[in-house]
Design a protein around this ligand. Structure first.
Ligand SMILES: Cc1cc2nc3c(=O)[nH]c(=O)nc-3n(C[C@H](O)[C@H](O)[C@H](O)COP(=O)(O)O)c2cc1C
Length: 169
């Protein structure tokens, strides 16, 4: 793909310990890749910094809900980038993907508060996938996200990319 200076970039930042969130963001990236006018960057939270945010035109944040909060490494990413990006990314579109055992809403709320501070524009409700792992063994086991849930993530990625491409967001 030949990208020009005017090509818009969708940045996906995520953390995943047991693979669920990773599968979700990879599905979103696949969906976004259906829109050839958008360049998609998929970055683990620990590898992303404020310059990645500033250079992008839209965002997907993907995180597990751990201990009723976003994952620590996602928090670290937001802690490192919040003030460097403040007032420099206003109005850009974003979406949130949460992988949770049985809830996910606290993590979604936390991302929403941070995004509100950045004056980002949510293009959809947070997409929460519950893995229903209950025991410590199941919670620590690798996750397999169901095809219908992956499809929802793929559709969200595609919707954001198409909207960015046609200037809807
Ligand atoms: C330490 C820890 C705390 C967790 N706390 C929550 C929680 O508060 N709410 C919830 O719904 N799931 C909770 N979970 C379950 C994870 O969200 C779930 O396993 C999810 O698949 C993790 O995403 P990942 O596969 O991308 O790492 C917790 C898991 C761990 C390891």
């Amino acid at each position: 793909m030949l990208y020009t200076e005017t090509t818009k970039t969708l940045l996906i930042v995520y953390h995943s310990m047991t693979g669920g969130t990773r599968q979700m963001v990879e599905a979103a990236a696949r969906g976004a890749a259906l829109e050839p006018a958008i360049r998609t960057r998929l970055l683990p939270a620990r590898a992303a910094d404020a310059s990645d945010l500033l250079e992008a035109d839209g965002y997907i944040f993907g995180t597990p809900e751990n201990l009723a909060a976003i994952a620590g490494l996602m928090k670290d990413f937001f802690d490192r980038t919040y003030y460097p990006a403040l007032d420099r990314i206003n109005g850009r579109p974003y979406a949130t993907l949460i992988c949770a055992g049985s809830d996910g809403h606290n993590a979604a709320r936390q991302v929403e508060r941070i995004a509100t501070g950045w004056r980002l524009k949510a293009i959809a409700e947070p997409l929460i996938v519950c893995t229903h792992a209950q025991t410590p063994k199941a919670i620590l086991a690798p996750k397999v996200i169901r095809p219908d849930d992956l499809k929802r993530c793929e559709e969200l990625g595609a919707a954001l990319a198409v909207g960015m491409s046609i200037g809807m967001f």
